[in-house]
Design a binder for this molecule. Structure first.
Ligand SMILES: Cc1cc2nc3c(=O)[nH]c(=O)nc-3n(C[C@H](O)[C@H](O)[C@H](O)COP(=O)(O)OP(=O)(O)OC[C@H]3O[C@@H](n4cnc5c(N)ncnc54)[C@H](O)[C@@H]3O)c2cc1C
Length: 510
């Protein structure tokens, strides 16, 4: 039923190409002597290790060894927390000489097991590098250390009436270096675009310890290859990002939102077209939530947003946001939109609500933003962030649920809920399947590669936002052809021939 993927050809190609990457199992574990060397670079409180002489407990390392979902459990014995780029460089240089693997880590909120060590690597945590380096209120260019928390940066520039070009549910913990390394999308993507456009410069410590200073604040610079682009979304496999310069837009003077209940999924696309036509340039987000996700949000206290009687049997919901320059003008546009939607001969919506105050604005967003955390409370979520054609969003969710039912794995004993929500404006579906009683191999086997084959059959992407990490290395081939993967390997080999930088992530092992 689904298009065949060239897995065996890919594996064959990988075996014979000249740029094979050494397996990370040939890397060395940290020793007592290594710790003594790290102690020459860092103060004692910047080194955590279960090895002597530190003898920290394994519990001390849990925040670095276990990911946000509790799905990936790392093996690192040692965590290093540098404060300066020079310290990062010294550490990396030493690790290269000793063949010690390095996992760069910022907020550890990644959702694909990219920030967790797989074997004997150290965790290089950037969290202590958390200073703003400069901000120019005229150009809006912010330069900051990689370990700055996204929300702290937002707060910092808010005093100059600027906002960060990205926003996501993890903003209170994720850090800008991690955001850039995962090329995070998030809730403002529709308006401000990708980090490939807004990041102006990076400072990166390369796998041999060299500092690549490309911390440009120029908006235009056509002097040859744009190397920084390679590190955006590289998930720590090409180097350690230590500094960032990023273009921040002025804060919109007026932000409004509406929340709409739709009878059927098939109304989402015509609604999107109508909303784009009527709101034009002030539309800044168009988010989709299916009924299962909406009900889960309500069960966890994120509503009610709409009158339950008016919602009736609505199959899905849409949150649309405007960001413009004139509150009354934007509000009037939204009001007109809502009225025209409600009074149409064949209405696309059952009902809707328009925020009337900053408090209401925040509570409409709270349901959408809170869904990821609700999933954690429900059980263990299998999370897939997919790019598929908009028209297929619901079909993909339904196909996965049907697959689980056919395998006898849908229900309390297996997957209790399958749901979809996401950024319609970006063609990005977040598909989630909740295992109430924990992750189990037979559940994963029912979901993968089924979901990846489904995505490939729609010519989609197995990762719209979260990246590949260690979770999807074998799924990379569903979205990248052999030639692309071969060139990715060549690039990795040029930067990191010893494969010390986040080994086992992104590229499938050879
Ligand atoms: C509640 C919640 C909501 C989320 N919402 C979204 C969303 O809307 N959109 C979206 O795109 N993602 C979302 N995510 C996932 C997203 O990938 C992360 O939240 C974020 O971008 C990762 O930042 P971090 O600082 O936690 O990075 P980490 O988790 O620490 O690291 C992520 C990856 O980047 C690498 N890395 C980290 N720091 C560096 C560095 N300095 N140099 C080189 N490599 C580095 C790591 O090795 C790892 O591979 C969400 C996650 C959560 C928990």
């Amino acid at each position: 039923m689904f298009s065949l993927v060239r897995g065996s050809v890919c594996a064959h190609l990988a075996r014979r190409h000249a740029h094979s990457i050494p397996s990370f199992t040939h890397l060395n574990a940290v020793t007592h002597d290594d710790l003594a060397h790290f102690a020459k670079i860092l103060p004692p409180n910047a080194i955590l290790s279960t090895l002597p002489p530190n003898l920290n407990s394994a519990d001390d390392l849990v925040p670095y060894n276990v990911d946000w979902m509790g799905k990936y459990h790392g093996q690192a014995t040692t965590v290093l927390r540098p404060r300066t780029t020079q310290q990062v460089s010294d550490i990396v240089k030493f690790c290269a000489s000793r063949r010690i693997g390095i996992v760069p880590q910022c907020g550890n909120t990644g959702l694909v097991g990219g920030s967790i060590s797989l074997q004997k690597e150290i965790v290089l945590s950037l969290g202590a590098m958390n200073s703003v380096r400069s901000f120019d209120p005229v150009s809006g260019v912010l330069a900051a250390d990689a370990g700055c928390i996204l929300e702290s940066l937002s707060d910092y520039i808010a005093r100059y009436n600027h906002i960060m070009p990205l926003d996501l549910g993890a903003k209170g913990s994720c850090q800008i270096g991690g955001n850039i390394s995962t090329n995070a999308g998030g809730l403002r993507f529709l308006r401000y675009g990708s980090l490939h456009g807004t990041v102006l410069g990076l400072e990166v410590v390369l796998p041999d310890g060299t500092v690549l200073d490309q911390l440009s604040t120029l908006r235009k610079d056509n002097t040859g290859y744009d190397l920084k682009q390679l590190f955006i979304g590289a998930e720590g496999t090409l180097g350690v990002i230590t500094g960032v310069s990023i273009l921040t837009p002025p804060a919109p003077r007026a932000s409004n939102n509406i929340f709409l209940a739709l009878p059927h999924f098939k109304n989402v696309l015509p609604l999107f077209q109508t909303v784009k036509r009527q709101l034009g340039e002030i539309l800044s987000a168009f988010e989709y939530i299916d009924r299962t996700a909406y009900d889960m949000g309500l069960e966890h206290g994120l509503g009610p947003i709409l009158n339950p009687d008016e919602v009736g049997d609505a199959q899905c919901f849409v949150l649309a946001e405007t960001s413009g320059g004139n509150h009354d003008h934007d509000s009037e546009k939204l009001n007109n939109l809502l009225e025209s939607l409600m009074s149409a001969d064949e209405p696309l919506i059952y009902t809707g609500t328009l925020s009337q105050s900053p408090g209401q604005f925040a509570s409409l967003w709270a349901l959408r933003e809170g869904l990821t955390e609700c999933l954690q409370k429900e059980g263990k979520p299998y999370k897939y962030d997919l790019s598929v054609p908009l028209a297929e969003f619901q079909n993909v969710v339904d196909a996965v649920r049907a697959r689980l039912i056919s395998k006898g794995l849908y229900g309390d004993h297996g997957i209790t809920k399958v749901m979809g929500y996401g950024h319609v404006g970006d063609g990005n579906l977040h598909l989630n399947a909740i295992a109430k009683y924990g992750y189990r191999p037979e559940l994963e086997a029912a979901l993968e590669p089924f979901i990846y084959e489904l995505v490939a059959s729609h010519k989609g992407s197995v990762s719209a936002e979260h990246g590949i990490g260690s979770m999807k290395t074998s799924a990379l081939r569903y979205s990248k052809n052999d030639v692309s993967i071969e060139w990715m390997r060549k690039i990795k080999h040029v930067f990191d021939p010893l494969n010390i930088m986040n080994p086992g992530k992104v590229l499938p092992s050879v």
